[in-house]
Design a protein around this ligand. Structure first.
Ligand code: MSP
Length: 633
């Protein structure tokens, strides 16, 4: 890894059916971290992100809001881009699948696969999940109907479709998965391998029942088809580099991708379909595909209906984007699901960042000024503190290979914090104030020097995760964060002598939650409880007499038997819809505990249930005849 000259890292491209949330921010922050780290090492790096804008889901989301799909995509895509810019995400390209160059590239790929004989026309009949934009085979369905991935109801579609010969690539994919081990964390590989071993069916790759997608290449001349959104989307990783354009030099330079970062829900598309498409067009396969887990909030799945979706901007505004980055990467082992709670975030900021890191810096700033006018020297660090220094060097020696490139970012941070702990323990063990008292000035200065060097190591390795914060640490310690310093520190070189700068605390203590409380999704204000409902007494009755109320256009006077001592008189506004004679002997549903009221001088002792729409009024009656007086529940 450390030897590669170029590095290409991608995020998934985000659907524009909804605004960015914490899950999107997580993927993007991981990718940004890897890209920044790679650049710091001096590797020529390309970092791609963007938006996935075609397909039925987007078409329907746009229609619901009365917009064209393109208008809607423009609006939401801009929101993603704005957020990433605000978060200073260091992407090199933001691709949109509605970009003309992308469309051209996808059509080229489709044609290549077609010419190769990997695409044939047939008919698709089966289940489709619009939310996942995925075809679901009958054996995968939950309760014969629900999508196994998102749990939403699938739709049955029947349409002419082109198919990709996925089955043809089954053995090759399996071999690749087993030999190259491209999936990270490796524990996730088994489920993909099992999926392939169960047998790959050819994949439907065009749709005809809607329009919002890329048309087939004109050479195929079949205008009613649009290309399946996942085929369209996956090719963004190549079209972003110019695949399908006049200039493919970037493809030569950066392909194959070193790392696709994805969520666990879309691993199959990246680790099975994508390599098959690439094999078909004769391109190399990506080196690694890393799948992270899902975020929940306070232990619950986030959803719009619960109103508990976390807006990453709100978190960043309240706590700072870099603290948020640290929290996300530290809190959850990569690949596992994680829970966002404000309390956990505050604890990380106050403890890990404030106590372990920020205070260590403040402690040596304080000591350096108290004892040495701010001067710090590394001259005698090896002499007095070789053991501490070497322990820290040991930690950074393989931190990158063991953890960073394997996406074990929580471990990577855990290791860095061990270095801070060496520093904090050294102060407690050697007590510089006592050294000074005992006239061991050289040793006290060396201790401050040791801590400064430990902080420099941590700052440089932490830089990709907290760029600005570590810049401030570097400023205080008089060094620059760049590839040269990175190399020097790795070679074991110590900091030049410097005067430490006083800086305000990096992580002021957070005393109370700073985010606005989650507003629970509002209940409609006409909700009643079951007890309230049961206050209404409903009964089956039988009309035993009916007559028109003279001088009234609307009213009929009925006598209704409710199984009580005597029938009730009910005056009902149904004259325009029913003749008295057709009512006699029929059953009706009556609100029987309504306070009696006078209508046109007549007492009405109940109300009939009826439904009225443009076509008129219909009484609600029991489907089968029931005993009069039967309660309706
Ligand atoms: N458009 C496809 C990807 C195409 S890539 C060629 C897509 N888009 S998405 O917007 O639905 O999801 C993008 C990423 O966000 C996925 O990796 C998904 O796992 C991630 N997340 C969405 N919700 C999430 C959480 N609650 N937590 C963590 N990540 C989750 O899929």
């Amino acid at each position: 890894m450390s030897k590669c000259k170029t590095y290409y890292v991608t995020t998934p491209i985000y659907y524009v059916n909804d605004v960015p949330h914490i899950g999107h921010a997580y993927t993007t922050i991981i990718a940004d971290t890897i890209a920044r780290y790679s650049r710091l090492k001096g590797i020529d790096t390309f970092f791609l992100t963007g938006t996935d804008e075609h397909g039925q889901k987007i078409e329907e989301a746009a229609r619901k809001r009365g917009k064209t799909p393109k208008e809607y995509a423009d609006e939401i895509s801009a929101k993603f881009k704005e957020l990433w810019d605000e978060f200073e995400i260091s992407y090199d390209k933001f691709i949109r699948t509605t970009d003309a160059e992308h469309i051209k590239g996808v059509q080229k790929a489709f044609l290549e696969m077609y010419k190769k004989g990997d695409i044939y026309k047939d008919y698709y009949e089966g289940h489709y999940c619009v939310s996942c934009e995925s075809f679901v085979s009958p054996s995968q369905l939950v309760n014969d109907e629900l999508c196994p991935d998102c749990g939403k109801p699938t739709r049955i579609i029947k349409e002419e479709s082109y198919f990709f010969k996925l089955s043809k690539y089954q053995d090759k994919i399996l071999k690749w998965l087993k030999e190259e081990k491209p999936i990270l964390p490796e524990s996730r590989a088994n489920e993909v391998i099992r999926f392939v071993e169960e047998g790959l069916k050819d994949l439907s790759i065009t749709r005809t029942s809607f329009d919002w997608g890329i048309k087939l290449p004109k050479e195929i001349n079949d205008p009613k088809h649009v290309i399946y959104v996942w085929l369209d989307a996956l090719f963004n990783y190549l079209t972003a580099l110019g695949y399908g354009s006049e200039d493919e030099s970037m493809v030569q330079k950066y392909w194959p991708a070193n790392l696709h970062i994805v969520g666990k829900d879309i691993l199959k598309f990246h680790a099975v379909y994508w390599p098959a498409f690439l094999m078909s067009i004769g391109y190399e396969l990506p080196k690694k595909i890393a799948a992270h887990g899902w975020w929940t909030r306070d232990g619950e799945k986030m959803s719009k209906s619960k109103g508990n979706v976390i807006n990453p901007k709100e978190v960043a505004d309240a706590y700072g984007i870099e603290n948020f980055r640290y929290f996300m990467l530290r809190e959850v082992p990569f690949g596992a699901d994680g829970d966002f709670s404000e309390k956990a975030l505050i604890d990380r900021i106050n403890n890990d960042l404030g106590n372990d890191l920020g205070n260590l810096l403040n402690r040596i700033i304080g000591m350096a000024y108290k004892y040495f006018d701010g001067k710090v020297s590394s001259k005698d660090v090896e002499k007095y503190y070789a053991q501490e220094l070497n322990a820290a060097r040991e930690i950074i020696k393989d931190i990158e290979e063991k953890y960073l490139w394997k996406m074990q970012l929580h471990k990577f941070l855990e290791e860095l914090w061990k270095i801070l702990s060496i520093g904090n323990k050294a102060i407690d063990a050697y007590k510089p104030w006592e050294l000074m008292k005992n006239g061991e000035e050289e040793k006290a200065m060396a201790l401050i020097g040791l801590i400064a060097n430990l902080l420099a190591m941590v700052a440089i390795y932490l830089h990709a995760i907290m760029p600005k914060t570590t810049q401030k640490i570097a400023d205080a310690l008089g060094f620059e964060i760049n590839t040269q310093t990175f190399e020097k520190i790795n070679e074991g070189k110590l900091l030049e002598d410097f005067v430490i700068k006083k800086i305000p605390p990096l992580f002021p203590k957070i005393e109370k939650p700073l985010m606005k409380k989650v507003e629970k999704a509002k209940e409609p204000d006409n909700i009643i409880t079951i007890d309230e409902f049961f206050k209404v007494e409903l009964k089956v009755g039988e009309v035993i007499e009916a007559e028109e109320v003279k001088k009234s256009k609307k009213l009929l006077r009925l006598l209704v038997d409710l199984g009580e001592e005597k029938p009730r008189q009910i005056v009902a506004g149904i004259k325009e819809y029913y003749k008295p004679e057709e009512l006699v002997g029929t059953q009706v549903c009556v609100v029987s505990n309504l306070k009696p009221a006078k209508l046109m001088g007549m007492m009405s002792e109940g109300m009939l249930l009826a439904a009225k729409d443009d076509e008129g009024l219909s009484l609600i009656r029991p489907e089968k005849k029931k005993k009069v007086g039967t309660p309706i529940k």
